[in-house]
Write a new protein. Structure first.
Length: 216
């Protein structure tokens, strides 16, 4: 008689740089927030996550707002497209351009969309600025990944801010959670881990910008 137990694919091998802990957040359906200031390395983190997952797994990838075109991705442009996705990894950069979090009338609709995405067996990664994570969005995150953040920009009373100020690493100052560009602080729902995040040159679209001041 054949073994009826499902085949379990091996998870990530434990590493000293905690990259295994970061990748493990994408194994089960859930909502993940990436929080950081402008130019803090948020996009590089997104491209690194995609690169690592594609090297290890076959999966369906949907993206919104990424400047770089990714192999095997499907781009989405509307809530209608988003709400019918299932069994996938979804990465939404600058998520406030898709969700109007400042419109209280749309709060219920956003909550319904998030519930539907989770019900449809998706891992959804929202990337945005500190002030974008309103209380009702922050309360639904299963994991939070911090880049450099000014604490005053965070919403008072939000779970994102509470978790940031509860961290007791040396990176936490009186006004800033000062995470280096090549690192990220992960809170996985129970524990904090400092994760090494290599530089992804192909994803550095700002590097191609011309100099504003040119020497004569």
């Amino acid at each position: 008689m054949k073994n009826s137990q499902p085949i379990v694919r091996p998870l990530f091998v434990k590493t000293e740089d905690n990259q295994d802990r970061l990748m493990a957040q994408f194994v089960q359906p859930g909502l993940i927030g990436v929080v950081g200031d402008p130019d803090s390395g948020k996009s590089n983190l997104l491209y690194y996550v995609i690169q690592q997952l594609q090297a290890l797994y076959d999966f369906k990838l949907y993206t919104y707002g990424l400047r770089l075109n990714i192999a095997d991705e499907q781009k989405i442009y509307s809530l209608g497209q988003l709400e019918v996705i299932s069994n996938s990894i979804i990465i939404i950069d600058e998520f406030t351009s898709m969700f109007d979090v400042d419109n209280r009338k749309e709060k219920k609709q956003i909550e319904n969309t998030l519930r539907l995405l989770f019900h449809n067996n998706n891992v959804v990664l929202f990337c945005g600025l500190s002030e974008n994570f309103k209380k009702f969005i922050a309360s639904k995150l299963d994991a939070v990944i911090y880049k450099r953040c000014m604490l005053d920009d965070m919403i008072n009373g939000s779970r994102v801010k509470k978790l940031a100020v509860a961290y007791r690493g040396y990176e936490l100052g009186a006004s800033v959670l000062n995470i280096d560009n090549d690192k990220a602080l992960l809170f996985d729902g129970a524990n904090y881990s400092m994760v090494e995040v290599p530089y992804i040159e192909a994803g550095d679209t700002k590097k191609k910008n011309p100099d504003i001041l040119v020497a004569r």
